[in-house]
Design a protein around this ligand. Sequence first.
Ligand SMILES: C[S@@+](CC[C@H](N)C(=O)[O-])C[C@H]1O[C@@H](n2cnc3c(N)ncnc32)[C@H](O)[C@@H]1O
Length: 282
Amino acid sequence: MTRKCHPNEASWTHGKNRVEDMEIASPRTSLWVIRKYAVLALAALRREGVCNGVSQLVSQWSFDHQHGLSAFFPQEVRHEASEPEFRISDAVQYQGVDPRLALEILNGLPMELRLSATFVDYGCGKGRGLAVGILAGFRQLIGVEVSRDLATLAERNLQTLRLRHPEICLEIQTMDAVRFQPPEGPLVVFLYNPFVGLTLERVVQRLADHATRSPVHVVYINPRGRSAFLDHGFRQCAAWPDSQALVFESGPASDASQFRGRGHPFTSTRSSVPEQGQILRE
Ligand SMILES: C[S@@+](CC[C@H](N)C(=O)[O-])C[C@H]1O[C@@H](n2cnc3c(N)ncnc32)[C@H](O)[C@@H]1O
């Protein structure tokens, strides 16, 4: 039995079965995934309430349909033989991000930043986060994904948006995020709770090094590893209700936040994740 997290849960335990690539899976694995997804959907409905839960599922499905994605179903992460250092115990299974929430947050970043920064989706899965990044106006985008199957699906999924947005430069790098060296220049890092533990720690360390040379903004949805960013000197500058998401910026605390979104700005602190609208004091 391996212990694995679901991106919206603190932890999630799965059985022995390995889920193959959902979109090209055998009928038996498909049935197994559908059953598992039904359990997750019921948990989401319990958590969000029926109306909210259903509206989220419908909005995810219609987003995928509208942009030519097939990103709806979750998928577990497998060991990748090409990545001997990969810490599977830190990895969170694939589940596409809520596109409405992600777009709302990204739209809070200044347009100049979106046009000039590289958007990096760590653990890009089937590419829904990258699709949101394209729609938010980013021109340079990189998806980092450890699973070969998921990276292939992301490539396939983003073909429609690539054609509709010839101005973008998009690449998917199939590798463990700890080995990924971000390009020089400003970064907008997108994380939908992709990994925890030492993997997150190493990625944040690399981002903190990068921040000594160029600004780094972090959009962190379901921020289970929030303290890693605070420990490396990032400032929280916005929060969404029920700890759904946080935005961090690099740079001294005296710098004015560039974030203009609906999540309310607040100063850097170590207290618990605030509710939206709550202004925290040092
Ligand atoms: C919750 S999904 C995020 C999906 C995507 N970012 C989105 O917004 O739709 C987490 C993803 O992180 C990937 N992942 C987990 N550990 C990783 C690692 N060490 N390096 C790269 N990708 C990883 C998983 O394979 C999975 O696809």
